[in-house]
Design a protein around this ligand. Structure first.
Ligand code: CP
Length: 330
């Protein structure tokens, strides 16, 4: 089954959220618009709506996370769901239990949604193929493959800062594109939203072999790559996914690809600087830029809550609508 068929039901509703690839412009826009309505909730004194009351959501993180895990948890709580955070290091996975057995056991507790982060590409798809029909699976990052909620919170941030017309924007993604699930999801989202120009900027060793087929312009020189751009998205060097020596040294990398105030001068005067986090200061960017007036890095984190609320509510709605339809047909 293709990702699209797995993610979207025959009525066009989002059932699982596994990858941006294959999703339509209208689904991405619905996510952004729904997130916009939830952004108001997160600013209220009482930050809760009852949309997922009685639902149980399991956060299953097989890899480290600060931003994604906590904002998924906050999003679930703000939708009034019950949340279980499974500590993988203290679970039976360390005793050799398979992913499928872990899944079946958690399913037996009548959960409604899994949020899955895993080091293996395809782990969230595996869950989605095997869960009971009433359960939704949300991908919180799988290997180098996809990090779709990160990409959507980035699109939300761009739309808030630059307005809804992506067609007039030049966006550069800079850094370790090769190992980045975030970059892949961002490229698919930017292209689906009809962004005017999408550039990737990286040393030759950190550009994926299929880069040209992703619909981007490739640059190996930072100043050429960020010239006149409206948005710069910096990425972390993912040492944990590199095999062998792909770079000379972090010092040398910063010298060639690190973003500084001086280098920002070649971009559009209103350029916005983003980073999904975690940041390595002095490696991909200096602190003056990370903490400076062009940076929206912490706004990205805040927007993660509203975007994750949107995806959770949309996927759950697909299930409740389908159940209601079935009851009507009986
Ligand atoms: N951006 C991101 O995925 O951060 P975490 O690894 O902290 O979740």
């Amino acid at each position: 089954m293709s990702s699209t068929n797995l993610q979207v039901d025959d009525q066009g509703r989002l059932r699982h959220f596994l990858t941006i690839e294959g999703l339509s412009h209208s689904i991405l826009t619905e996510i952004l618009d729904t997130a916009e309505s939830f952004a108001g909730v997160t600013a209220q004194q009482v930050k809760k709506v009852p949309l997922l009351r009685g639902k149980t959501i399991v956060n299953l993180f097989f890899e480290a996370s600060t931003r994604t895990r906590t904002t998924f948890e906050l999003a679930a709580k703000r939708l009034s769901a019950d949340v279980l955070n499974i500590n993988i290091d203290a679970s039976s996975a360390v005793k050799g239990e398979t992913l499928l057995d872990t899944l079946r056991n958690l399913e037996a507790m009548h959960v409604d949604m899994f949020v899955v982060r895993h080091a293996d590409s395809g782990a969230a798809h595996f869950f989605a193929r095997h869960v009971a029909p009433h359960i939704s699976v949300l991908n919180a990052g799988d290997g180098r493959h996809a990090h779709p909620t990160q990409a959507m919170l980035d699109m939300f941030t761009i739309r808030r800062v630059k307005g809804p017309d992506f067609g007039r924007l030049r966006v550069a993604i800079v850094g370790d594109i090769m190992h980045s699930r975030v970059a892949r999801s961002q490229i698919h989202a930017l292209n689906t939203l009809n962004t005017g120009e999408v550039r990737i900027v990286a040393p030759k060793t950190l550009v994926p072999v299929d880069a040209e087929s992703l619909g981007v312009q490739v640059f190996h020189d930072l100043e050429a790559g960020i010239r006149d751009v409206d948005v710069i998205i910096m990425l972390r060097l993912q040492r944990e996914r590199m095999q062998g020596a792909m770079l000379p040294s972090e010092h040398e990398y910063f010298h060639l690809f690190g973003l500084t105030e001086q280098r920002l001068a070649v971009a559009d005067p209103d350029v916005t600087v983003m980073h999904p986090g975690p940041i390595n200061r002095g490696v991909e960017m200096d602190s003056q830029v990370a903490d400076g007036p062009r940076s929206v890095i912490l706004e990205q984190v805040t927007h993660g809550i509203a975007v994750r609320m949107a995806v959770m509510s949309m996927t759950m709605r697909a299930h409740t609508d389908a159940e209601a339809q079935e009851k009507q047909n009986v």
